[in-house]
Design a protein around this ligand. Sequence first.
Ligand SMILES: Nc1ncnc2c1ncn2[C@@H]1O[C@H](COP(=O)(O)OP(=O)(O)OP(=O)(O)O)[C@@H](O)[C@H]1O
Ligand SMILES: [Mg+2]
Length: 148
Amino acid sequence: MLNFLSHNETETIAIATDFAASLQAGDVVALSGELGAGKSVFSRAVMRALGVSDEALPSPTFSIIQEYDGRDCRVAHMDWYRLHDGDEITMLGVHDYFQSPWICLIEWAERADDLLAETAIHVSLACVDGDLDKRSIEIRTVALKSRA
Ligand SMILES: Nc1ncnc2c1ncn2[C@@H]1O[C@H](COP(=O)(O)OP(=O)(O)OP(=O)(O)O)[C@@H](O)[C@H]1O
Ligand SMILES: [Mg+2]
């Protein structure tokens, strides 16, 4: 488990960029944390590091699944905020994205944690009392993750 303390958005982007270097096709990244914790800031930095072009990066309009082309992978960015249960999420076909060539980034993954395989990488962001810009960032990877 890795723990970081980010003091501002720029530091979060740097942490996410380093993290992205450890990812490979087939990985599923489950992001959790309250509204405004920085899940989208973190996700966008990961996508940029994976080679998704700036022009392709999301406008703020809501969509549950957005697909992008990365350098050596495709990227699926999901937001499960408005979803309620595992059945609803399963029906959207999310499992198709839990394999190569996809790298999957899921905001509000806690909506249906049970859908995620044990191999999912958990990134939890949390605001820190008393400082608007401080965030704790915890990254949890399965120790014995088997790599194809
Ligand atoms: N250390 C920090 N790391 C990340 N974002 C920060 C930090 N400090 C301040 N911010 C600000 O916090 C906000 C984070 O917004 P973001 O959209 O990433 O949150 P989110 O977790 O995706 O929220 P939502 O659940 O609504 O999708 C941005 O406005 C960003 O500028
Ligand atoms: Mg968000």
